[in-house]
Design a protein around this ligand. Structure first.
Ligand code: TLP
Length: 344
């Protein structure tokens, strides 16, 4: 029986075309700047996002950390969403490793930060305060229903930041999902931000890697920060080869995943005892209502017994994420399994 793994799009295995490209990849020592496949991927990524330069990093977490270390010095402050991945799920790396204070402000249900809240969180020049240097946004927003932030909103935040002498970093782990959902070129979503990280290893199916993009001076500094956190890799062209397939091919098919997430949501919403959150991209949240006496554990375990894996989160919400290896038939099987678990 095929296991239908909806826990995350990070579970995606590389495609046969990626494995072939990895096997054939030309490689060199990337710390010397001599890996032709890495150099090609970095150039492609910069071009695709409309930035001057790009840097291959081992993970999304490393990309965000390297961006923070590059934009901020020890003692500086960065404004972050209180539901952001950077704040919640990266071990407080900016503080632990960079001496940077995160200043969390509320994420709205659509993943935005209110401009008034940002404005109020920017520190005035005063000997008592750290200096605010950076505003971090996330697109799509993982914890806020995978919602895409619009180009207009992102530009508004960037305008505010730049007027106040601050920079903007975008955690764009799933920024191609955002571009697909909004029907815009990804460049529109990142034009005004100073740096953006996107992941190859989520819905784009590559086994490893993310890219940090920005202007040439920023990326030159980021290259130093990557080295100090141990991210200077050697013949990493083996990984970049899969990343090139991810960027060229897999960015073009994400609408399929969004459609399946929507279909899964529609089916789940019809099952008594289940309430479903809004669906915009490939991330779907749902939870139990008072109509059922099932516990969250019974649901997660009952699905697992039927070959379907979802993520049960602390707050009683469940997460299901569609991706390349989830088919229409898998959606039907998931709905059937859920009906059985709920006894309907
Ligand atoms: N998110 C993972 C888990 O860590 C929760 C997931 O399954 O969704 N930014 C965003 C918005 C992310 O969702 C993630 C990973 C990261 C950064 C970190 O990327 P990695 O896992 O490559 O370090």
């Amino acid at each position: 029986m095929k296991i239908i793994d909806l826990r995350s799009d990070t579970v995606t295995h590389p495609t046969p075309e990626m494995r072939e490209a990895m096997y054939r990849a030309e490689v060199g020592d990337d710390v010397f700047g001599e890996d032709p496949t890495i150099n090609r991927l970095e150039a492609m990524a910069a071009e695709r996002l409309g930035k001057e330069a790009a840097l291959f990093v081992a993970s999304g977490t490393m990309g965000n950390l390297v961006a923070l270390l590059t934009h901020c010095g020890r003692g500086d402050e960065a404004i972050v969403g209180d539901q952001s991945h950077t704040f919640l799920f990266e071990q407080g790396g900016m503080a632990a490793l960079g001496g940077i204070t995160p200043r969390p402000i509320p994420n709205q249900p659509d993943g935005t930060l209110r401009l008034e809240d940002i404005e109020a969180a920017i520190r005035p020049d005063n000997v008592h305060f750290p200096r605010t240097r950076l505003i971090c946004l996330e697109n799509t927003h993982n914890m806020c229903y995978g919602t895409p932030l619009t180009p207009e909103y992102t530009a508004q935040v960037a305008r505010l930041a730049h007027e106040r002498g601050l920079k903007v970093h975008l955690d764009g782990a799933r920024v191609f999902n955002a571009a697909t959902a909004l029907g815009v070129d990804v460049k529109e979503l990142v034009r005004e931000v100073d740096s953006v990280m996107f992941c190859l290893s989520k819905g784009l199916c590559a086994p490893v890697g993310s890219l940090l993009c920005g202007d040439a001076d920023f990326i030159a500094e980021a290259r130093r920060a990557r080295k100090v956190v141990g991210g200077g890799m050697r013949q990493a062209g083996i990984l970049a080869a899969a990343g090139i397939v991810a960027l060229e091919k897999m960015t073009l098919r994400l609408a399929e995943d969004h459609e399946r997430a929507r279909r899964l949501a529609e089916g789940l919403a019809q099952i008594p005892g289940i309430e479903v959150g809004p669906v915009h991209t490939n991330i779907l949240y749902f939870w139990l209502t008072e109509e059922t006496d099932r516990t969250p554990e019974e649901v997660v375990d009952g699905l697992a017994e039927r070959g379907v894996r979802i993520l049960g989160r602390e707050n009683g919400r469940f997460r299901a994420v569609t991706h390349y290896w989830i088919t229409d038939e898998d959606i039907d099987r998931t709905l059937q399994a859920m009906r059985e678990v709920m006894g309907t």
